[in-house]
Design a protein around this ligand. Sequence first.
Ligand SMILES: [Zn+2]
Length: 131
Amino acid sequence: MAGGKRSEYMPSEDDRASSFAQIPTSFGHELRACLRCRLVKTYDQFRESGCENCPFLDMDKEHDNVVNCTTPNFTGIISVMDPTRSWAARWLRIGRFIPGCYTLAVSEELPEEYQALCADNNVHYVPPKRT
Ligand SMILES: [Zn+2]
């Protein structure tokens, strides 16, 4: 990437195209959160491009995976522009994920077969805390 790190809050359109997750195009009922990384996008966006943090879930190739690995039941959304420097991102354990919109909490666990897939890919999965 040319230009290196910027000091402004908002990255340029160029940066966003290359290293940002898709931003949800609508905030209606079709909005879903990835059960593994909590990225929030619309159902169609997950179906078309998968999850930017979890390509091994193959949501763009196997559309059942979108249904199985994302949920419409989540609480709150924050958008993170620079996860490595955001205390909120560290607190949410998304510090190493790409910038995008994330939910604060999902209530469901990733199904076991997909948890196994995470393990196969050396991906750390943190199940939601039971409350
Ligand atoms: Zn994900």
